[in-house]
Design a protein around this ligand. Structure first.
Ligand SMILES: NC(=O)c1ccc[n+]([C@@H]2O[C@H](COP(=O)([O-])OP(=O)(O)OC[C@H]3O[C@@H](n4cnc5c(N)ncnc54)[C@H](OP(=O)(O)O)[C@@H]3O)[C@@H](O)[C@H]2O)c1
Length: 319
């Protein structure tokens, strides 16, 4: 079975490529920058040039492909191309997948996207979900809330560096997941008939609010976080103005997510269907506590070793 993976250089994509190669799949990665994709080749994947914002590059990538796993999304520094990548590029991808009759198309969307039509990325995710469902392709759609990996930049590093963490006083619980667990479930879906033409919530075993994540980081690092609180009402107020100006597009895009902070989701119900179909239980997932513990142990050991090396060098200079 040959898999075409789009977004292989990303957080989730690289884990899927690694596991797929280990599990014996023939893996082809569509990359727009060969240099950036070199590590995927070293893992055992084949690289092929393609760019979602240049649809004519897509058909060649499909030669001999059985299934497609699309983990791509617009990078934050490329936001002006959001429509070309997350909408037009994906529509073109689905068209080619339909023409060559791939056996499965796996797509990653965002949890509760349909509730936020005013947020462009959410609107695009819903449009792509609908296009896949209305196509002739067999599909599996996973709807995510977020990855543990993203919490390192958001909380762990600022706690260690004693940088301020901007947070809202109001808390919204999210079911973050380790990207390796997400990759395992994604590949498992290719072997489970019952996952065909279905949409699944893909989240970890527990809901987390930012205050609890910060507390774990403080405990593991031995440092006190510098918190700066912003009321949601203030963010909403600012959004009214930033929407008016093109140059503040990026800010209003981010502020659109303010609405998300107020959302409560149907966690237990969502979890049940994922656990049943994929024969999972909570022990099959890496917990956020263990993920952060591994991270802090590794980083604190590196910092200790560096300190030791520097002190030894200074001692040698004095002697
Ligand atoms: N991260 C989250 O917290 C989160 C939450 C909810 C849903 N999701 C969804 O989960 C999926 C995986 O997210 P992620 O965080 O792993 O993404 P990511 O780390 O931001 O990676 C994005 C990937 O898309 C590729 N890409 C961007 N523009 C492209 C283009 N024009 N042509 C071809 N490839 C392009 C990037 O390639 P380059 O390396 O060349 O830039 C990269 O491999 C996405 O569908 C995302 O929407 C993520």
């Amino acid at each position: 079975m040959t898999l075409l993976i789009i977004g292989g250089t990303g957080t989730l994509g690289r884990q899927i490529v690694k596991k797929a190669v280990e599990e014996g799949f023939k893996v082809r990665c569509l990359v727009r920058n060969r240099k950036k994709g070199n590590f995927l080749q070293e893992l055992g994947a084949q690289l092929i040039y393609g760019d979602l914002s240049i649809p004519e590059t897509l058909p060649l990538c499909f030669k001999g492909v059985t299934s497609v796993i699309d983990t791509s999304t617009t990078r934050p520094d490329d936001i002006k191309n959001l429509n070309e990548i997350d909408c037009d590029g994906k529509l073109a991808l689905i068209r080619v997948a339909e023409i060559v009759k791939v056996k499965r198309f796996i797509f990653f969307s965002i949890l509760n996207a349909e509730k936020y039509p005013d947020i462009p990325l959410m609107e695009m995710k819903v449009k792509i979900e609908e296009t896949i469902k209305n196509s002739s392709i067999s599909y599996t759609i996973f709807r995510l809330a977020g990855f543990y990996q993203a919490l390192i930049n958001q909380y762990a590093i600022p706690v260690l560096d004693q940088q301020p963490i901007w947070t809202t006083a109001e808390s919204f619980p999210l079911a973050y997941i380790d990207s390796q667990d997400a990759a395992t479930i994604c590949l498992k879906s290719l072997l489970i008939k019952n996952s065909v033409n279905k949409t699944f919530f893909l989240g970890g075993p527990k809901l987390w609010v930012s205050a609890d994540i910060i507390q774990v980081c403080e405990k593991l690092s031995g440092q006190k976080a510098k918190l700066k609180f912003i009321p949601i009402a203030f963010l909403k107020f600012v959004r009214q103005f930033t929407n008016l100006f093109e140059w503040t597009y990026k800010i209003s895009e981010r502020l659109s997510f303010v609405d998300l902070l107020e959302e409560k989701n149907n966690f237990s119900q969502n979890k049940l269907s994922l656990y049943q179909i994929f024969d999972l239980n909570e022990k099959d997932f890496l917990s956020l506590e263990n993920y952060l513990q591994e991270y802090f142990e590794r980083i604190l050991k590196t910092l200790n070793d560096l300190n030791f090396e520097q002190t030894s060098k200074q001692r040698d200079l004095i002697v």
